[in-house]
Design a protein around this ligand. Structure first.
Ligand code: NAP
Ligand code: GLV
Ligand code: GLV
Length: 319
């Protein structure tokens, strides 16, 4: 009998086809976010779980899945999974790093240009019938060429953004991690700084840290006070890395110039005050959402699960 697995939402066929070849697969039937009670119900008796970043895989869900041997998340971030609960039950956790790096860095790059040149705001303004001709001071933004990009969390995605920004706009790169990366410094002329120096000196601050106790509200009211008045904040990491209330205040009072966001503190909720702000660009968590990338993620998430359940080392395991 093949191992039994539950998939919490339909993913691309590149992954589902692989799973169906080797495993006894049940996929959540409706194309919407599964509720926690349903998840607790469906995980019972399963050997493996393929989940999304929006599924709360907490101690309760893990306890309900008492036969689970592997939880494969269709994402690189795994802050939604209780690692201690999984470890104590000997469950392997796998994720999909690398294959989504360029797509996510591209979304950060797009947000950076769009925020600097007010692209979304001016498009909406034209569609409302306001365009009456070229004007000397219409939608003035900021140049990016030669400016300073501060990367907080210069790992795979942060470094990919740094490379794109340096190549396209000759941007100077500052970065802040817990540890220095000599190769990145040598190859990109990247300069390591403490967090305050980066916030004080960068024209664009882009967040790429995983969400953890250490990074929760890393960008708070004090950080917004430290940033330059023309600075742009880009967040494609996780919403709770930023204190959303403090960000709304900073944007409303023009304490910073603009924000480009793909993630929110209480996803999928986005505060009305944020929606009302013209200097915020708001994307619905689509960092990795290209067809090519999602196909690769689906394949990797499937291979991870199959390999663990068949006793092999998977392409990528977290624990
Ligand atoms: P990664 O390669 O692990 O990079 C994370 C970087 O953050 C590392 O350089 C790490 O360096 C640094 N870091 C970790 N904790 C830190 C701390 N407390 N203070 C300062 N720096 C810290 O991860 P990745 O593949 O680039 O992905 C990064 C995150 O992006 C994911 O965790 C996920 O949440 C998010 N993401 C979002 C989307 C989207 O759709 N918007 C898509 C993909 C990923 P040190 O270890 O030296 O500190
Ligand atoms: C997306 O947010 C991911 O972590 O893959
Ligand atoms: C603008 O369209 C210009 O020609 O400068």
């Amino acid at each position: 009998m093949p191992p039994k697995i539950f998939v919490t939402r339909s993913i691309p066929e590149t992954g589902l086809d692989l799973l169906h070849e080797r495993l006894d697969v049940a996929v959540y039937e409706t194309d919407r976010q599964i509720s926690k009670p349903e998840l607790i119900d469906r995980v019972q008796g399963m050997d493996g779980l393929l989940c999304l970043l929006s599924d709360p895989i907490d101690a309760e869900v893990i306890a309900a899945g008492s036969q689970l041997r592997c939880i494969s998340t269709y994402a690189v971030g795994y802050n939604n999974i209780d690692l201690d609960a999984a470890t104590s039950r000997g469950i392997a956790i796998t994720n999909t790093p690398g294959v989504l790096t360029e797509a996510t860095a591209d979304i950060a790059f797009a947000l950076m240009i769009s925020a600097a040149r007010r692209i979304v705001e001016s498009d909406a303004w034209l569609r409302r019938g306001n365009f009456e001709g070229w004007a000397p001071k219409l939608f003035l933004g900021h140049d990016l060429t030669g400016k300073t990009l501060g990367i907080i969390g210069a790992g795979r995605i942060g470094q990919a953004l740094a490379r794109k920004a340096a190549a396209a706009f000759n941007m100077r790169v500052l970065y802040h991690n817990r540890s220095r990366d000599n190769t990145f410094e040598a190859e990109q002329n990247a300069v390591y700084t403490d967090l305050d120096t980066l916030l004080r000196d960068a024209d664009v601050v882009s967040l790429h840290v995983p969400l953890s106790q250490e990074t929760h509200h890393m960008i708070d009211a004090r950080a917004f006070e430290t940033m330059r008045p023309h600075a742009i904040l880009i967040n494609t990491a996780r919403g709770p890395v930023v204190d959303e209330r403090a960000m709304i205040d900073a944007l409303r009072t023009n304490r910073i110039f603009a924000a480009g966001l793909d993630v929110y503190e209480e996803e999928p909720a986005v505060p009305d005050e944020l929606i009302a702000l013209p200097n915020a660009i708001l994307l619905p968590h689509i960092g990795s959402a290209s067809i090519e990338t999602r196909n690769k993620m689906a394949e990797m998430a499937a291979r991870n699960l199959i390999d663990v359940l068949e006793g092999r080392e998977p392409p990528h395991r977290v624990i």
